[in-house]
Design a binder for this molecule. Structure first.
Ligand SMILES: [Zn+2]
Length: 419
């Protein structure tokens, strides 16, 4: 078989495998929806284990806010990268501990629901899981794995299944790279190193050697440019808006450099990033919007206001868990302002970002990275809305491009992450 014959017969086989078992056990409406979903439907930036850990939630049950497996599966999703977020644990370097807790939670939860999901470490494994009508879950991390950048810690995390790492820390600069959010979240200089330092470059080489996908999101523009340059393989911006479209997000320069290297950008779903009308209204009503946001504490930039004392025997972490857990759970109370509700972007507005990437660098370089983290408006509002996203994509581009954007582009970069 030629390569394209092989690919199209593989596609047909996947389509049959992906829908066959579902058809056997479910009603006509679900069958119809699943049949019209792409064979591979992947969101590369999801947060779910954090919710299982802090909310003790069973997210195979539909939940009103944020992202849950139940609605996602029903709307066609069969593969994700779950971004384990170590927010708040950064300043005393409790990050590796927090990440280990989340990895353990992810495996335990996956084992409890083994009939519906499996944690995977390669695309071959993911295709087998998808063919058995289960959800394939890659593990990634956001906001740090070890802020000192220890190579042995990185190696151990790889062995535990970590396959994607957001290089710059979300809450401030770490020991090896600047963060675009350093000032807003950590009160720090955003240009401490003017990008990466030597340790950062050594880490890029090690991630390339191991096959850990490098995510440039939340790096400063200099960090992003230097990561693209230093990596020997394609890198990703897992969840970003396009600056040329909405005024915030990835710049044209970075987009072009990312694409030249073979990388992809996953388009964000947050209203505040992708929605022009929503952003304009918020800019015009800054005080009102800030006031409404007050009831939701910021878990990303959380810093304990108590020290870890010498001789601590667990008191610090006990207090941290209580305080951070309360902040996390309080996010559930968030509500959109009535006046701003009609301005929440539509799936078509979301697709404008995709369209811009296709026209600027081509359809091989764009994918889905919605980051439906809850406590804010987004498109779609929850994980039941992937059908709207796919329909919007079908309105702007070809079936072949939709196939790439809804998953094959993510698989390509996962396949080439190892140098
Ligand atoms: Zn993020």
């Amino acid at each position: 078989m030629t390569k394209s014959e092989f690919q199209s017969s593989r596609r047909r086989a996947l389509k049959i495998l992906g829908t066959g078992t579902i058809v056997a056990g479910m009603g006509a409406s679900i069958r119809a929806q699943t049949t019209s979903s792409p064979a591979l439907m992947m969101d590369g930036h999801v947060h779910i284990t954090n919710r299982v850990y802090w909310e003790k939630a069973d997210l195979w049950q539909p939940s009103d806010a944020g992202w849950d497996y139940a609605r996602a599966r029903r709307s066609g999703v069969n593969c994700i990268i779950d971004n384990l977020g170590t927010y708040g644990a950064w300043n005393y370097n409790y990050t590796p501990k927090q990440l280990l807790r989340l990895i353990e939670t992810a495996y335990r939860y996956s084992e409890q629901h083994a009939d519906k999901m499996t944690i995977v470490t390669s695309t071959a494994e993911a295709r087998r899981v998808i063919a058995s009508s289960r959800m394939a879950v890659f593990l990634g991390c956001e906001s740090g794995w070890d802020h000192e950048g220890d190579l042995d810690v990185l190696g151990a995390l790889y062995r535990l299944g970590l396959r994607s790492v957001q290089f710059a820390t979300q809450s401030g600069f770490n020991a090896f790279a600047d963060s675009a959010l350093a000032r807003s979240q950590g009160g720090q200089k955003p240009d401490y190193y003017n990008g990466l330092n030597d340790r950062g470059r050594a880490l890029v080489a090690e991630m390339n050697r191991l096959g850990i996908l490098i995510d440039i999101t939340h790096g400063t523009e200099a960090t992003q440019a230097q990561l693209i340059e230093a990596s020997r393989v394609p890198v990703v911006a897992s969840h970003e808006a396009i600056k040329a479209v909405s005024g915030v997000g990835i710049s044209d320069d970075i987009l072009k450099a990312l694409a030249r290297k073979g990388g992809i950008v996953g388009i964000h779903g947050a209203a505040m990033l992708v929605g022009k009308r929503y952003r304009n209204w918020t800019a015009e009503h800054r005080e009102k919007a800030a006031d409404a946001a007050k009831s939701t504490p910021n878990m990303v930039g959380y810093q304990p206001n108590f020290p870890r004392n010498p001789g601590d025997r667990g008191e610090y972490i006990e207090r941290f868990d209580k305080e951070f857990g309360d902040i996390w759970r309080s996010r559930a109370a968030w509500k959109e302002m009535t006046e701003r509700e009609p301005l929440v972007p539509t799936a078509n507005e979301w697709a404008e970002h995709v369209d811009y990437v296709i026209r600027t660098v081509g359809a091989d370089h764009v994918a889905i990275g919605l980051d439906l983290a809850g406590a804010r408006s987004a498109v779609p509002m929850n994980s039941g809305g992937y059908g709207d996203i796919v329909a919007a994509l079908r309105r702007i581009t070809t079936a072949e491009n939709v196939r790439k954007i809804t998953g094959e582009n993510w698989f390509r970069v996962l396949d080439t992450a190892k140098a």
